[in-house]
Design a protein around this ligand. Structure first.
Ligand code: ADP
Ligand code: MG
Length: 828
């Protein structure tokens, strides 16, 4: 039972008639390696020599909940697990070496996931030499005796070769041997058993039909593409153990024939398989060291080992190489061991490595894309650009796909179930690749027109060229004519001999005519074939033309449709632009409005701030006012209490004085004097001295007035008494002077009445808080210090319920005046 292939339906491939014989598809081969352990689950099966089958492993199905699927893939040839390295080489690589020797380029690469056997196939394992040592072996087996002397060919920087005569080559050799050899680890020749095991190729293999009229030179180069950088693995770098140099990457260049090459890459001329493989091994070691030092993973890089075969014709003598650069033929075989094709997540790469893996996958992705585009272009006649330049790998091998050369790919598959998904991708890519066609390399007549060893034994002197030489050869092959002169009538030999010779010639001529006819027939047949092929070609071209016309008409209608669409879109754009203008206008207006509102808000805000500050000030002021008021009231209450006490004391004193006052026995004096006497003993002054008018003047101007401190005033504070009682009591004693006056009138009054104490009520509204409603004048006299004190009581007047007024004394002010002459003064 053969299950159906799970393939995407594809459009029919257009056959290209006679063109098909000019191009070859990429040869894709598949190699399935044996399982590492016999009990491993397997998902790949070799169906026959050209088909391989992949089936979904059980674990994968369970994990993904998928169906069981079997897919078959066909290749040019499938190699099973028992395939030997020799078998593989014979089928895949040996034709490439054959081509190389015949001046044709070749590219062979191994593709697959890590561990699928790419390196095993390309390089080999100990005891199982791979394709690379076998190729080298075949090359040297074939050209062994026709090799040019070392340094006859010299590689230059422009991907071409110089040629020099053997003497110059010898001189150069001597010069190089005299040079000191740089100390590199590769120069230490180590007997590596692995190395020996790999080149020990027992089977003898040789190319056929070697052009013996040429000399050959073999040059090898070995590069690594890592992280999309190219490194030369054969570069001789001076080893500095203290500061090891980081490898320098190389760039790609295009030579004059538009071939890509690695600029400045080392090309080593080798003369034997051992030498060539040793150079390869040297590079391999360097690669391993770099990987270890830079913590890189070898499976993440692509390695390219190139074998360049240079051949040049011998000169006419067949002794020396022809010193003509144009006659040199260079062919190249590149053996590429690609990096593991697995996707990044499979490698569990992190950080730097992730980037590397990303790049590697990028290179392989580019390779895939290139193949796909090439296939598409070739199948559907499109002309899409192939993205060779997207990665160094594809850019380097651009010429193989674009130009001519044989390309072969070995897809390595590890049949273990864990690799199922990756193997699926690999096989799909391989199928795509084999649909890509590459131009078949033209057979090059390497030395066809150059006389060399082939004509060494022919007589010299004839014109050098093709046609005269051929005529000469043909004439020489004709039997020579005997002498035809008849000297004797009885000569019976000459004529028969001549006849015989002529008959022979005639026969030969007939044979040649036949041959010619045959050739003509052949040529005609060929011409016919050519005609038919031309016809085919014409038909093909016609078909193509029709196709193109269809395509063009399709494109025209598409263009028309697009133009219509374009117009509609333009109209829409116009409408949208208008709408945008309107909206923008609206936006501007709104913005302006917003700005004005903002300004208004700010103004209001600052007004509010100011108001707040003002209110705050008012609050503080009021609270201070009230605080003072409270303090004042507390003080007033205190004073009231003290006043009460003082009034009581005073009353007691007065009572005492009234009680103890002696009755006047003298004749009555004028009332003024009497009153003075009555008052003075109650006053503090014991012996009043009449004031001079001068002193009074001094007081009235207030030049020496001093206010007493608060403490003093408090000690003399007056108590609260009712206005009625106070006035009545004092009016009884001080009736002649008890008329209310203001401060100025009082002063004037005192001037008129020195030494008299007065009771009056003074109102002074200008003092605000301090306005005084009642005042009592008590003159004092202190003769000891020469100071006269005058006490002034202050009080508040309240209206009583009964309609009268009451005074509450709140303070006493004591004014002192020192007498400049020591004479006591009477203050106001
Ligand atoms: P890759 O280069 O693809 O990562 P390798 O070539 O290094 O894989 O192979 C991994 C291992 O598998 C090596 O030890 C190799 O010897 C072994 N191996 C690969 N292919 C085969 C084969 N066809 N026969 C025997 N052993 C193989
Ligand atoms: Mg490998």
């Amino acid at each position: 039972m053969k299950p159906a292939k799970a393939k995407m339906p594809r459009k029919p491939v257009i056959k290209k008639g006679s063109q098909s014989n000019l191009k070859d598809p990429v040869g894709v081969y598949c190699r399935v390696r044996p399982l590492s352990f016999p009990d491993q689950e397997c998902c790949v099966e070799v169906v026959n020599s050209t088909t391989v089958q992949l089936h979904t492993p059980e674990g994968y199905r369970l994990n993904r909940n998928g169906d069981y699927k079997e897919t078959q893939y066909s290749f040019k040839r499938v190699f099973g697990i028992h395939t030997t390295q020799k078998e593989l080489f014979d089928v895949v690589a040996s034709p490439l070496v054959d081509d190389l020797i015949h001046g044709k380029n070749g590219l062979l690469f191994t593709y697959g996931v890590t561990g699928s056997g790419k390196t095993h196939t390309m390089t080999g394992s100990p005891g199982y030499g791979g394709l690379l040592p076998r190729c080298l072996n075949m090359i040297f087996n074939s050209i062994g005796s026709f090799q040019a002397k070392r340094y006859v060919f010299k590689s230059n920087d422009r991907n071409s070769m110089e040629i020099q005569c053997e003497v110059d080559a010898l001189l150069e050799r001597q010069k190089r041997e005299a040079m000191p050899v740089p100390k590199t680890p590769s120069n230490k020749r180590q007997a590596d058993p692995e190395f020996a095991d790999m080149i020990n190729v027992q089977e003898f293999c040789k190319a056929e039909e070697i052009d013996e009229d040429s000399v050959y030179g073999v040059f090898v180069s070995y590069i690594e593409i890592y992280n999309n950088y190219i490194y030369d693995l054969l570069e001789e770098v001076q080893l500095d153990p203290i500061k090891p140099k980081l490898p320098q990457s190389k760039i790609l260049r295009e030579d004059k024939n538009h071939n890509m090459y690695v600029a400045g890459c080392t090309e080593v001329e080798v003369k034997s398989t051992e030498e060539a493989f040793e150079v390869f091994w040297r590079g391999q070691k360097k690669r391993r060291i770099a990987n270890t030092h830079l913590n890189r993973e070898s499976s993440r890089s692509h390695s390219v080992f190139s074998i360049k075969l240079v051949q040049a014709p011998l000169d006419a003598d067949g002794d020396n190489v022809l010193q003509e650069k144009e006659q040199i033929t260079i062919s190249q075989l590149s053996l590429v061991d690609l990096a593991g094709s697995e996707r990044t997540n499979r490698t569990k790469a992190e950080g730097n490595r992730l980037r590397e893996a990303g790049n590697i996958n990028q290179s392989l992705m580019t390779l895939r894309t290139c193949m796909e585009v090439l296939r598409e272009n070739q199948t559907y006649g499109t002309n899409k650009m192939v993205p060779y330049r997207d990665s160094k790998l594809t850019h380097l091998f651009k010429n193989y796909f674009d130009g001519e050369g044989k390309v072969r790919m070995i897809v390595c598959v590890n049949p273990k179930a864990e690799d199922y998904e990756e193997s699926l991708q690999v096989l799909r890519f391989a199928e795509v690749t084999q649909e890509v066609e590459v131009a078949r390399p033209v057979d090059k007549a390497i030395c066809g027109l150059t006389p060399g060893r082939r004509y060494r034994n022919l007589p010299r002197g004839g014109p050098v060229g093709d046609e005269p030489l051929v005529t000469e050869v043909i004439l020489q092959s004709f039997p020579p004519l005997p002498p035809s002169k008849l000297l004797d009538i009885n000569d019976e030999e000459t004529l028969p001999k001549l006849i015989e010779a002529l008959e022979k010639r005639h026969h030969l001529r007939q044979l040649m005519t036949e041959e010619l006819n045959k050739q003509c027939m052949n040529f005609k047949a060929l011409l016919k074939e050519f005609d038919s092929s031309l016809l085919n070609k014409e038909n093909y071209i016609q078909e193509k033309l029709n196709e193109k016309e269809k395509l063009i008409s399709g494109q025209k209608s598409e263009i028309e449709r697009l133009e219509k669409k374009n117009k509609t879109l333009e109209y829409k754009i116009e409408v949208l632009e208008k709408t945008t203008t309107i909206y923008e206008e609206d936006k501007r207006n709104l913005q302006q409005e917003l700005e004005s509102q903002n300004q208004k808000l700010q103004r209001q805000f600052s007004d509010k701030r100011r108001l707040e500050a003002r209110l705050q000030g008012m609050v503080t002021e009021t609270s201070m006012k009230w605080q003072k008021e409270c303090e004042r009231r507390v003080a007033a209450t205190q004073l009231e209490m003290q006043n009460k006490l003082w009034v009581k004391d005073e009353k007691l004193k007065q009572l005492k004085a009234i009680v103890t006052e002696p009755k006047p026995e003298k004749p009555e004096r004028p009332s003024r004097e009497r009153d003075r006497e009555r008052i003075l003993p109650r006053s503090v002054s014991p012996s009043p001295v009449p004031l001079s008018s001068n002193n009074i003047a001094q007081i009235s101007t207030g030049q020496q007035l001093m206010s007493q401190p608060q403490l003093h005033r408090r000690s003399n504070s007056c108590s609260s008494i009712s206005v009625a009682s106070c006035i009545s009591e004092w009016e009884q004693k001080l009736s002649p002077f008890s008329t209310p006056v203001n401060v100025t009138s009082l002063a004037r009054h005192r001037q008129q009445e020195p030494g008299q104490s007065k009771t009056c009520i003074v109102s002074d509204r200008r003092r605000g808080m301090y306005w005084t409603e009642g005042r009592e004048m008590v003159p004092t006299f202190n003769s000891e210090i020469g100071v006269e004190e005058d006490r002034c009581r202050r009080g508040d007047v309240y209206k009583t319920r009964g309609g009268g007024q009451s005074v509450q004394f709140t303070d006493i002010e004591t004014l002192k005046q020192e007498s400049p002459t020591g004479v006591p003064l009477l203050l106001r």
